[in-house]
Design a protein around this ligand. Structure first.
Ligand code: HEM
Length: 427
C-alpha cells in the first residue's frame, strides 16, 4: 500500500444505519485487522479493529496516554489543544494511578447507590416540568442534558445556574470541526470559571467532591491548585456530555426498536441489561482511543516500536462479530453485552461508569411511563446527529407524547403522594 492510498483517520459513521460505527472498521477487521491509517498531519498510525487486540493495547503499560510526551499523535490541530489541557487522564502510571486513587472513593458503587434516590427525584422533577409545559419538547434540552448536568453539578459542588455557560463551552471543546483557536478560547474560559469554583472551597468544611478534594488534598499540599482545576474541568465535562448523549440516543434507539422497548416495558428487571446493550450498540466515544507506544511490543504479530502512534477505537471492538454475534442486531437480552469496552479498558477505564449506569437505568426505566406514547416529532433521516464530535449524540431531538395520559398519570401520582403523606401523619 502506498502513502497515497493509506486511509485517512478518523472515519465517520457512513452506513445506512445512523447508529452503526464507520463501516471501514468491519472491512479492515476482516481484511487487515492491524492496518495503517494517515492522520491529519500526514503522520501514519497503527489502527487496531479486533476486540482482543484493542484490549491488549489499552491494557499494555507500554501504551502511553501522556499527551505532553513528544510525538503524541493528535487527530486534528484542535484535538492537540484540547488534549494538552493536562488532567490526570493524560498522565501515565504511577502518577496517574495515585491521582485516580484520590478520586475513586467518590465513584464507588456504594456511593453511587446512596445518590440514587436523589437522582430519581431530579429525573421526576424534569418529567413534571415537561408534562406541565405539554408536548412538543426537545428531549435533549428538557431531559437528556438537564439530568446529568444537574447530577454532575450537585456531585462536584458547581452552581447549576451556570449550566448554559459551561455546556456551550464544552460543546465547542468536543466539536471536531472547531478550530484550534476556538478550542483554546473555550478552554481558557472554562479553566477560569473552574478556578473560581475551586477557590471558593478553601477554608471551609465542604461535602461536595471538589470541596472535599480541596480539603483533603490541596489544602494539605498533596496536589497543586492548578492540578485540582484541570481535574475538576475533566470531571465536569465527563460527568454530563457523555451521559446526556446516551440518554438522547438511547431513547431514539428504543423508539426505533418497538419490540425491544416492549420487552423492557413488560419486564423492568431487563433495564440494566438493556443499558449495557445500548452502551455497546451506540459506543458514543468516537475518537477517544489514541495512545503512543513508549516501548517496543508486539500485538497480534504486529511489531509496535517505541514512538508509534496507536489508534484503538472502542466502537470497532464493540462491533466485533466474533465476540458480539450479529453486532448490528440491537438485543436488550444480549448476554455478552456487558463485555463491551465503551468505558475504555485498562488503567484509564472510565471512573464515572457506576454513576453513568445508574443514571441511564433510572431514565430508561421511567421515561416511557412518565411520557406515555412518547415518539419522535421528525423522521429518523432528519435527526441532527453529532457525527463530528468526540462523543456521538444528537444536537436536538424533537419529541411528542400523549398529553392527556401524561397529565392523568402525573395527577394520579400526586394524589398517591398526598395519600401516603396523610397515612404517615395519622400514624
Ligand atoms: C455513558 C457515559 C460515559 C462514557 C461512554 C464514558 C467513556 C469513557 C471512556 C471511553 C474513558 C477512557 C478514555 C481513555 O482511555 O482515554 C473514560 C474515562 C473517564 N471518564 Fe468516562 N464516560 C462516561 C461517563 C462518565 C461520568 C459520568 C464521569 C464522571 C462524573 C466520567 C469520568 C471519567 C474520568 C474521570 C475518566 C478518566 C479516567 C482515567 O484516566 O483514569 N465518565 N470515560
Amino acid at each position: 500500500m502506498t502513502a497515497h492510498d493509506t486511509p485517512a483517520y478518523p472515519f465517520t459513521r457512513n452506513g445506512a444505519c445512523p447508529f452503526a460505527p464507520p463501516s471501514e472498521y468491519e472491512r479492515l477487521r476482516e481484511s487487515e485487522p492491524v492496518s495503517r491509517v494517515r492522520l491529519h498531519d500526514g503522520r501514519e498510525a497503527w489502527l487496531f479493529t479486533r476486540y482482543e487486540d484493542i484490549r491488549e493495547v489499552l491494557g499494555n503499560p507500554a501504551s502511553s496516554a501522556e499527551t505532553l510526551r513528544g510525538g503524541f499523535p493528535f487527530l486534528s490541530p484542535a484535538d492537540s489543544v484540547a488534549k494538552r489541557a493536562q488532567s490526570f487522564q493524560r498522565w501515565d502510571d504511577p502518577r496517574h494511578a495515585e491521582r485516580r486513587r484520590m478520586l475513586m472513593p467518590h465513584f464507588t458503587i456504594k456511593r453511587v447507590e446512596r445518590m440514587r434516590p436523589r437522582v430519581r427525584g431530579m429525573i421526576g422533577h424534569y418529567y413534571d416540568r415537561m408534562v406541565e409545559a405539554g408536548p412538543p419538547a426537545d428531549l435533549v434540552e428538557s431531559l437528556a442534558l438537564a439530568v446529568p448536568s444537574t447530577v454532575a453539578c450537585e456531585l462536584l459542588g458547581v452552581d447549576y445556574e451556570d449550566h448554559v455557560f459551561f455546556e456551550s463551552r464544552f460543546a465547542v471543546r468536543l466539536d471536531r470541526s472547531a478550530t484550534a483557536e476556538q478550542v483554546r478560547k473555550v478552554t481558557t474560559e472554562l479553566t477560569e470559571y473552574v478556578d473560581r469554583v475551586v477557590r471558593s472551597k478553601y477554608g471551609k468544611q465542604n461535602d461536595d467532591l471538589i470541596g472535599r478534594f480541596v480539603n483533603e488534598h490541596v489544602e494539605t499540599g498533596d496536589v497543586t491548585h492548578e492540578d485540582a482545576v484541570t481535574d475538576a474541568v475533566l470531571l465536569l465535562l465527563a460527568g454530563h456530555e457523555t451521559t446526556a448523549n446516551m440518554i438522547a440516543l438511547g431513547t431514539l434507539v428504543l423508539l426505533e426498536h418497538p419490540d425491544q422497548l416492549a420487552r423492557i416495558q413488560r419486564d423492568k428487571s431487563l433495564v440494566p441489561q438493556a443499558v449495557e446493550e445500548l452502551l455497546r450498540y451506540l459506543t458514543i466515544s468516537q475518537t477517544m482511543g489514541v495512545r503512543m507506544a513508549k516501548d517496543d511490543f508486539e500485538v497480534a504479530g504486529c511489531p509496535v516500536r517505541s514512538g508509534d502512534a496507536l489508534i484503538v477505537p472502542v466502537a470497532a471492538a464493540n462491533w466485533d462479530g466474533s465476540v458480539f454475534p450479529e453486532p448490528e442486531r440491537f438485543d436488550v437480552t444480549r448476554a455478552e453485552a456487558r463485555g463491551h469496552v465503551t468505558f475504555g479498558y485498562g488503567t484509564h477505564g472510565c471512573l464515572g461508569q457506576p454513576l453513568a449506569r445508574m443514571e441511564l437505568a433510572e431514565v430508561f426505566s421511567t421515561v416511557f411511563d412518565r411520557l406515555p406514547g412518547l415518539r419522535t416529532g421528525i423522521p429518523l433521516d432528519q435527526v441532527d446527529f453529532k457525527s463530528d464530535a468526540v462523543f456521538y449524540g444528537v444536537r436536538s431531538l424533537p419529541v411528542t407524547w400523549d398529553d392527556e395520559a401524561a397529565r392523568a398519570a402525573a395527577a394520579g401520582r400526586a394524589q398517591e403522594r398526598t395519600g401516603t403523606r396523610k397515612a404517615t401523619d395519622q400514624r
